[in-house]
Design a protein around this ligand. Structure first.
Ligand code: 5GP
Ligand code: MN
Length: 341
């Protein structure tokens, strides 16, 4: 009989000694929070741990990494860390290309891989794949694993897990917010998390240019499909003018969800010319992960994304008709509700 993934992971952690942790490109709060908590968990067991990501840690989460530094990919460093490690744990993604340049070293090193993730769209490239899409955040999984192992969770680990949980649920507003999310939050607060202090540290980290950039993008907001589809677009010139990077769009795509009648929001973000990051959000009735998955991206039913090459006009021309179709299917389908969806 196959071993259940969680048990297989515990055996995997027990049989290795020198761990390398990584996560997806442009890491968010769940990615960084899960890495920090996981690193502390392993270190408390006497394991050797390094954390290495393709992209730098956003300023908002840097404070979490004070005692658990996160290295950023450089060819020589990545090669060295791979040769020193005997196991790789990938957190918050199970799509190999999503770990960016770290995946090139995976081709060259025979290293054991375990995945801990909550995305429904996955290829599970580990020997061990703990992928639980019903979890609101990867941090929830890490929390449950630590609890089940009877491992103590110190205040810093609790803060890291809280950041993962809070950011992935939109501070307990999105459809993935369930009773267990609140139970976990309560447990973390009992372990020493100060929600107000943590939220301030995460949210009060934007340069003024970020709000001006948001202002410009929101001024140009387009309402299509009879007001059911909100579209935002940002180009390389705006990123440059405000000295921002791709990660600075975090939160922008969520804002038009506030408009009455909106079913879908699309953000076309061209950080570098010819590379357009598409972010899609649904207010609950339409599912967008399959569309992103088909184009090489992925995510969750109500929040997904994909990176496409081409001009913003090209990418819009590929995506917008697909979104129209999703909305048309909604018209054709019987209303939800009675079925309890
Ligand atoms: P965002 O639009 O905020 O970048 O991402 C929304 C959700 O979709 C997140 O859960 C994120 O991990 C996932 N996602 C975004 N872009 C990609 C992508 O290119 N590939 C995959 N597999 N998932 C993505
Ligand atoms: Mn996540």
């Amino acid at each position: 009989m196959p071993v259940a993934p969680r048990a297989a992971l515990m055996a995997f952690l027990a049989r290795h000694q020198r761990f390398l942790l990584t996560t997806h490109i442009n890491p968010d709060g769940d990615a960084i929070g899960s890495e920090v908590a996981f690193a502390r968990w392993l270190r408390a067991q006497g394991k050797q741990v390094r954390i290495l990501n393709d992209s730098p840690t956003p300023l908002a989460f840097e404070w979490l990494t004070q005692d658990d530094p996160i290295d950023v990919h450089e060819d020589a460093l990545t090669e060295r860390l791979f040769s020193e490690a005997d196991a790789l744990v990938v957190l918050d993604t199970s799509n190999r290309p999503r770990i960016g340049r770290i995946s090139f070293s995976l081709d060259r090193h025979a290293i054991a891989v375990a995945i801990v993730d909550h995305h429904a769209t996955h290829d599970g490239f580990g020997q061990v794949n703990v992928v639980e899409p019903d979890k609101a955040a990867t941090a929830c999984l890490v929390f449950e694993l630590m609890r089940a192992a009877g491992s103590p969770i110190d205040t810093r680990a609790a803060e890291a897990l809280y950041v993962g949980l809070a950011t992935d649920t939109g501070y307990f507003r999105y459809s993935n917010t369930d009773a267990s999310a609140f139970e976990m939050a309560a447990a973390l607060v009992r372990l020493g998390v100060d929600p107000q202090a943590v939220t301030t540290r995460v949210q009060a980290s934007a340069p003024p240019g970020r709000l001006r950039f948001f202002g410009e993008a929101l001024t140009a907001l387009e309402m299509l499909e009879g007001g059911r589809l909100a579209v935002l677009e940002v180009g390389p010139d705006a990123f440059e003018r405000h000295q921002l990077t791709g990660a600075d769009t975090e939160g922008l795509v969520d804002m038009p969800r506030a408009i009455a009648g909106v079913e879908l929001v699309a953000l076309f973000s061209e950080g570098k010319p010819g590379r357009v990051k598409v972010s899609l959000r649904s207010t609950g009735r339409v599912e967008v992960d399959q569309l992103c998955s088909r184009l090489g991206g992925g995510g969750h039913p109500h929040a997904a994304g994909v990176l496409l090459m081409g001009s913003r006009a090209d990418v819009r021309a590929r995506i917008l008709p697909e979104l129209s179709q999703l909305l048309a299917a909604l018209d054709a389908a019987p209303a939800r509700g009675a079925a309890g969806a």
